[in-house]
Design a protein around this ligand. Sequence first.
Ligand code: GLV
Ligand code: GLV
Length: 320
Amino acid sequence: MYKVLIPEKIPHAAFELLRKAGLGVISYKAGGKFPTAFWNKQAPLADGFVSLLDNRIDAKVLSRLSKCKVIANYAVGFNNIDITEASARGMYVTNTPDVLTDATADLTFALILASARHIIEGDGFMRQRKFKGWKPDLLLGMQLSGKTLGLVGAGRIGAAVAKRAAAFGMKIIYFNRSRNQKLEDTTGARKVTLASLMKTADVISLHLPLNKGTYHMVDSKLLAMMKTTAILINTARGEIVDEQALIRMLKTKAISGAGFDVYENEPVVNPDLLKLNNVVLAPHLGSATETARNAMAAISVKNVIAVLKGGKPITPVNTI
Ligand code: GLV
Ligand code: GLV
């Protein structure tokens, strides 16, 4: 009987699907590094592996997965996996595109609104019992209608954020390798250079995968181009932004604010970020809705089942 290594906490439906397909289960506790004893014993037994975005799957880990045919990452991003090495070993790697697009776009918009309208600061103000009545100048924020949203990356998630922004009356500009005609037709978005986007957008939102080319892509030089009134939102991957450089900008109020769902050294958070009141911090919640997580669980195990039955995965990110 084939065995699938799968995290305990993912929705129950995943286990049902595996059982119905006649596959065995080896479950593991979520969260970063595997205990060595568990890993050394169980990894060589796994024919399939449902991995989490904080499982670092490098060449050494892959060598332990000696008979594994498919790694189904329970995420759209797959920067935690050495794809070249997996391909060389004849292992498929799959992700969970589409099913988490709306959830992540919603969370992005929640951060945009919370940053633009000082929602978290206002909540703190209430709890500290500082509210003494309506004031003409209390916590004034940015109205979104008429403002420009700059999307760095215009794939599925970027496009879903654009749709929301268009409904709020925002103008949309985007930086992307290729032109997204559908995005332009449906939201009036315009493709621009990255420098032009950084200089003109009122809200900048990052929707790129993390790889060698995007690591620290938003560096001090690009950040310095931002308007002093602008806000930066990151729901993609922390390492895309030079966090130290951004913290300096926030400290000196060189930009108005930021909203983060992801961090450079996740789960460690730079203590300086915690001291700033012009940044909104969420604990990597992009896909954290029941709808998205149920669908992610289903697609992950369907990928595993398809490969173990001798077929092709549904959403592969590599070719073998
Ligand atoms: C979440 O960050 C994901 O990549 O799915
Ligand atoms: C990126 O925006 C994606 O959905 O893959």
